[in-house]
Design a protein around this ligand. Structure first.
Ligand code: ADP
Ligand code: MG
Length: 728
């Protein structure tokens, strides 16, 4: 083992898990650093409190005078907690969170100073935001954007900073962040759902989309991670031979959590509790050193904020524990990658989960309505949903033989398939009383029992119904959930609006009863959206063929997939629902294409550098040792050296051929990059990066990984897979 790697490993050996206080009651610290309902009651006037609650519950606006009251209360609370600064906290389209801290402290002349935080500072800020991605929305003459308070996500203190969740928009009003379109989509799905709920329960006034994400990640010792330039710069390994043992034995999944990892998780969970992130589940994942963490689900906007915040907190806590968190979807070839399942449902203000079957036939008809409409929405917008999870890093996962494929399909289980089948056969037109009773008692009425034994779980489905929610599994582990959540809630909103219109039309034009109309529309939806339902093995080649026959898209790469975002129908959809105007849709497309290009470009550079400056020189050094050895043998044994040096001579030649392979491929890749960089059209450029540059990574890697197996372990400069994956 090289001295470099040896020392890194030796250091880890001496590392002790950080001691974590064992006897903190989680319920006692939960939300301690959040300006939540109970804290607001304490620090706000009744009037201010009511205003905030009304804004959260009904989306009402908060006036300036009230904002002044709120900011004063917020400031007092924050200072009592030791905060010295405040920041507007937002999620620009870089994927990371952004913050700019300002001190409460202000001078007021004569050497005096006070702590100040007014309503104006709470409500709106103007970060100098010209270097955030904007996809051409902001020309230089209007380079400023502003952040505006989102009262539906509570302020919190992290470290010594009061963080105020905000939206980030341009001066012309276009969204420059993830949150703005999400909030609009949530509003759309709320309105559309409430309208449909009225068929079943007049008391429903508000419907919230809920989200429970499951975050997968790798935990690697920071010393080892830092020793790999590829991990440092790209978040994943660009080369590295598979270790003799990987995940074949399935001995990591749900196994005992290693001590150091456990100490990290406990520390992390404590931080989460303080911040009001309701984390609940932790366990080992399939690959070595891979883990998962999941919270109790929350209202979608809050859940998205909490996931973004969590990812930051995970990084910070990892520093204390000498770990580096890898969020990348595929940090290591040959072992499982990471995802972020998005569990999603709709819930009413009356406490009903609309995707959970109820106790009466009527509530089950409501369940079926939302269930079938969701399926129809996914069916009609499968390509758009695929686009919502597209990224350079997620491409490694989708379609790779381990994760939900790039084809979107819906799994509902055998039992519900049967229910849909029966509904498909209901009479066209008015139902006879007998048929209606039959349906209510024997089909719709039986659903809860049916679901109880609906234990078959298809792990290969990208979008699966799991009893009381849909689970969108194809979301990548690095993703901001806002993107898929915006699309999902928008398409469901649109679908529910259409549904309502169709039902109304039947009631008025065909003089049907409400129930008859609902059954009729649902029947047609079942027929029309059959193609999206798939219960088999999503990883198999057979499915690819079948999906093609069904006309489902199979966009394996990001440049291909993203196009769906700017199709005429997608732009119209977002426009019609007030989620994004054309400028915003176009801008996002451009930003994501550009990001794709940049990611592949960076990876190409890093790989070229490692291959030429780390791997080749090491191989040459080892080759020289072999050459010296052969020369020595010749000196001692004269003519008969050849027999003795046979293997060495073979090795010398093998090494040469791999060195040649690396050099020619890196040269070729550099040429292709140059060509790509000269292309003006972003779309074409992304295609060239995808189809010409990226495939060469595999060739370069092939030769490097071969050399890793040939070259003396003591000389190899890069930390190996077995060390990265099996060091605890
Ligand atoms: P799994 O077997 O997939 O781990 P769980 O029951 O543990 O299933 O749920 C996974 C996630 O789904 C959790 O974050 C949980 O809070 C969330 N979840 C449960 N019910 C809902 C719901 N109605 N809406 C959204 N998410 C939900
Ligand atoms: Mg799950």
């Amino acid at each position: 083992m090289s001295t470099l790697r040896f020392h890194a490993l030796k250091e880890i050996f001496n590392r002790q898990p950080i001691h974590i206080e064992e006897n903190i009651r989680r319920s006692e610290i939960f939300g301690a650093n959040v300006f939540n309902e109970s804290t607001m009651r304490q620090y706000l006037t009744k009037d201010a409190f009511d205003n905030v609650m009304d804004a959260i519950g009904n989306g009402s606006k908060i006036g300036r005078a009230v904002a002044d009251h709120i900011s004063t209360g917020m400031k007092e609370w924050a200072i009592s907690k030791g905060a010295t600064h405040y920041t507007h906290w937002f999620q620009p389209l870089t994927g990371a969170t952004a913050e700019k801290h300002d001190a409460f402290f202000e001078t007021i002349g004569n050497g005096l100073s006070i702590e100040k935080f007014g309503g104006g500072q709470l409500v709106q800020q103007e970060p100098d935001a010209s270097s955030f991605p904007n996809g051409g929305i902001r020309n230089t003459f209007e380079a400023r954007g502003y952040t505006a308070w989102d009262p539906t996500s509570p302020a919190f203190i992290y470290g010594t900073t009061l963080c105020i969740p905000t939206v980030f928009v341009s001066y012309t009003g276009e969204a420059l962040d993830y949150k703005t379109p999400l909030l609009r989509a949530l509003q759309a799905v709320d309105a559309a759902s409430v309208a449909v709920c009225k068929y079943f329960d007049k008391n429903v006034k508000k419907v919230n989309a809920s989200l429970g994400w499951e975050q997968e990640y790798f935990l690697i010792d920071s010393g080892l991670a830092m020793s790999r330039p590829d991990i440092v710069l790209t978040g994943r390994t660009l080369l590295g031979h598979s270790p003799a043992k990987g995940q074949q034995l399935d001995d990591h999944y749900f196994g005992t959590i290693p001590n150091r990892a456990m100490a990290y998780m406990r520390d992390l969970e404590t931080e989460c509790m303080l911040l009001g992130i309701p984390v609940k589940t932790r366990h080992n994942e399939v690959a070595p050193n891979q883990f998962e963490l999941a919270p109790i689900y929350e209202e979608a906007n809050l859940a998205v904020d909490h996931n973004s915040l969590l990812m930051d907190v995970m990084d910070k806590v990892a520093e204390r524990h000498n770990f580096k968190v890898l969020f990348h979807e595929k940090p290591f070839a040959g072992v499982n990658g990471s995802g972020k399942h998005n569990n999603w449902s709709l819930g009413t203000n009356t406490g009903v989960n609309l995707l959970s079957p109820g106790k009466t036939p009527m509530s089950n008809l409501q369940f079926l309505t939302f269930f079938i409409n969701t399926i129809k929405a996914v069916h009609d917008n499968e390509a758009l949903l695929r686009a919502a999870i597209a990224s350079a890093s997620n491409d490694h996962r989708l379609g790779a033989n381990e994760a939900p494929p790039a084809i979107i399909s819906v799994f509902i289980g055998e039992q519900l398939t049967k229910v849909l089948h029966e509904l498909e056969n209901v009479t066209d037109g008015k139902l006879s009383p007998q048929e209606k009773t039959d349906l209510k008692l024997n089909v719709v009425g039986k659903i809860p029992d049916v679901l109880l034994d609906n234990t078959d779980r298809n792990r290969t489905s990208p979008f699966a119904f799991t009893g009381n929610k849909f689970e969108f599994r194809a979301v990548g582990s690095t993703a901001n959930c806002a993107n898929p959540m915006t699309v999902l809630n928008t398409i469901v909103a649109k679908q529910l609006i259409d549904f309502k219109e169709e039902v109304e039309a039947m009631i008025s034009k065909k003089d049907m009863k409400k129930d008859d109309a609902i059954f009729n529309v649902l029947r047609e939806y079942i027929k029309k959206s059959k193609h999206i339902l798939f219960e088999g093995n999503g990883y198999g080649e057979a499915w690819e063929k079948e999906a093609k026959k069904r006309g489902l898209s199979n966009n394996k790469t990001t440049p291909e997939a993203l196009k769906a975002k700017v199709s005429k129908s997608a732009i119209k959809l977002f426009e019609d629902l007030g989620v994004m105007n054309k400028i915003e849709s176009d801008a996002r497309y451009e930003i994501e294409m550009e990001e794709y290009v940049l990611r592949i470009q960076i990876e190409g550079r890093v790989l070229g550098d490692i291959a030429r400056n780390h791997v080749v020189p090491t191989a040459v050094r080892y080759q020289n040792i072999l050459i010296d050895n052969v020369k020595g043998l010749k000196e001692i044994y004269g003519a008969s050296f050849k027999k003795l040096a046979k293997e060495q001579l073979n090795l010398i030649e093998d090494i040469s051929s791999h060195i040649e392979g690396i050099n020619s491929m890196v040269t070729k890749m550099t040429e292709e990059r140059k060509k790509a960089n000269a292309i003006l059209s972003l779309e074409k450029k992304a295609e060239v990066y995808c189809n010409k540059v990226k495939p060469l990574f595999d060739d370069i890697r092939y030769h490097c990984d071969k050399l890793e197996l040939l070259v003396d372990d003591e000389l190899w400069p890069l930390t190996k897979y077995r060390e990265l994956l099996f060091t605890k």
